[in-house]
Write a protein that binds this ligand. Structure first.
Ligand SMILES: [Zn+2]
Length: 75
């Protein structure tokens, strides 16, 4: 059993409805898929989650018009 390679990433989110801005730490778990490829699963707060750019919702207004910025992105 190969160990996953875990990369913690801080993503920034910007709600376009209420302008709320926040950050969240996501873990990218890179695992060899057994065919020479790299499979990635995401975890958030210890739970398997969707990737940070898929359907983020605003914790302040529950809005779904949220821009997600990967680590190191300008703006
Ligand atoms: Zn909002």
């Amino acid at each position: 059993m190969r160990k996953p390679h875990i990369l913690a990433q801080i993503w920034r989110f910007n709600c376009l409805a209420c302008q709320h801005v926040w950050e969240s730490v996501y873990e990218a778990w890179h695992v060899d898929d057994g065919h020479g490829g790299d499979a990635v699963t995401w975890r958030h707060k210890g739970l398997v989650s969707m990737p940070p750019w898929v359907d983020p919702s605003c914790p302040a207004c529950s809005g779904l018009r949220v821009r997600s910025l990967p680590p190191g992105a300008p703006g």
